[in-house]
Ligand binder design. Structure first.
Ligand code: NDP
Length: 328
């Protein structure tokens, strides 16, 4: 059977990883199947905040399946400064993509939430049932509430129209094609860029905070495989957390050490403990994922932990090779 899979946000960190897996993975579960046509959209194909643009894209490609990644995304600074923009623009994009998917009778739609939408005051580990249990952290409530609404919309589209819409909840993502902007990026690409500049300019590499906070990181190409699995095999409307396990949480110091190693930095390296640490941890449970896919292999890491030696090296290598053209 032929299918057309439309990926919104196809030029971003996650979209590029899905494209990579579809082109390079030879396994039956994750690789490209016969009869499948994959379309990776960028904002140049149309502005998904606009209903007419969204309809024109769907009219052109007639997708049978949609992976919806497009979003206005940013680090702490952008989330705090542009709360209304993050709320409104993401709500517009999501409303258009979901409603036009319903209009065009798409067989399945998978959207992307984030662990930062969970309640600020919570118990650990966080699981899928807790999305709406209390207000999100004050710093990103605009982005978080727009994302939470996707889950509400999915349920309503399913109950009123029988639409097969669902969503996934990834933890921190990193990999090739990330945003390496020094002000407005996530922690791993931001530190990679900083470390690169310290090596180039022969200056100290100083990491903000104590290095103690714990985070779960997922390599974009592992996440991409899981997205493809969700599209093909996951049947629930309720979201599913896509993450490494609780035991694979790493500290910011682990991350910085892996980057220092990957960049080959040998200069002075320290932590600026006068800088804020942010939330100490946001541990998410991947129990639901493991019930479905007990044998999924995350890119391996040394000493029993997750993936940083291979994945950070691969990811850093990409940054070094694409320094002139990447987002920074
Ligand atoms: P990126 O910032 O790397 O990419 C964003 C994508 O959205 C780009 O392809 C961009 O197109 C597109 N886009 C933005 N605005 C519009 C618009 N108005 N119309 C059409 N396209 C638009 O995002 P990521 O790949 O990092 O994130 C993918 C998804 O994962 C998002 O939904 C995000 O919320 C979620 N997520 C991300 C995490 C992370 O650590 N990065 C963590 C958890 C969830 P263009 O390139 O042309 O601008």
């Amino acid at each position: 059977m032929s299918s057309v899979i439309l990926v919104t946000g196809g030029s971003g960190l996650v979209g590029k990883a899905i494209e990579w897996v579809i082109e390079n993975d030879k396994s039956e579960r994750f690789g490209k199947k016969e009869g499948e046509q994959w379309i990776f959209l960028t904002s140049k194909d149309g502005d998904l905040r606009q209903r007419e643009d969204t309809e024109a894209i769907f009219k052109k490609y007639k997708p049978t399946h949609v992976i919806h990644l497009a979003a206005v995304v940013g680090g702490l600074f952008k989330n705090m400064k542009y709360k209304l923009d993050m709320l409104r623009e993401n709500m517009l994009i999501n409303d258009n993509v979901l409603d036009v998917s319903k209009e065009f009778k798409v067989d399945k739609l998978v959207s992307c939430l984030s662990t930062c939408i969970f309640p600020d005051k919570t118990t650990y580990p966080i699981d899928e049932t807790m999305v709406h249990d209390g207000p999100p952290h004050e710093s990103n409530f605009g982005y978080a509430m727009a994302k939470r609404m996707i889950d509400v919309q999915n349920k309503a589209y399913n109950e009123q129209y029988g639409c097969n819409f669902t969503s996934v909840i990834p933890t921190n993502i990193f990999g090739p094609h990330d945003n390496y902007d020094l002000e407005d990026s996530h922690v791993l690409p931001g530190l990679t860029h900083k470390c690169y500049l310290a090596k180039k300019n022969n200056t100290p590499f100083i990491v903000g905070g104590t290095g103690k906070p714990l985070r779960q990181f997922i390599y974009s190409r592992d996440l991409a495989k899981l997205f493809i699995w969700v599209l093909r095999e996951y049947k629930e409307t309720e979201p599913i957390i896509l993450s490494v396990g609780e035991k694979d949480e790493v500290s910011i110091k682990d991350v910085a050490d892996a980057i220092v190693d990957a960049v080959g930095f040998q200069g002075e390296y320290s932590f600026d403990t006068t800088r804020a640490d942010g939330q100490y941890k946001k541990t998410a449970s991947n129990e639901k994922l493991l019930k479905y896919l007990p044998d999924f292999e995350f890119t391996p890491f040394n000493v029993g932990m997750y993936h940083f030696d291979i994945a950070v090296k691969e990811s850093t290598q990409w940054f070094l090779e694409n320094y002139e053209t990447c987002r920074r």
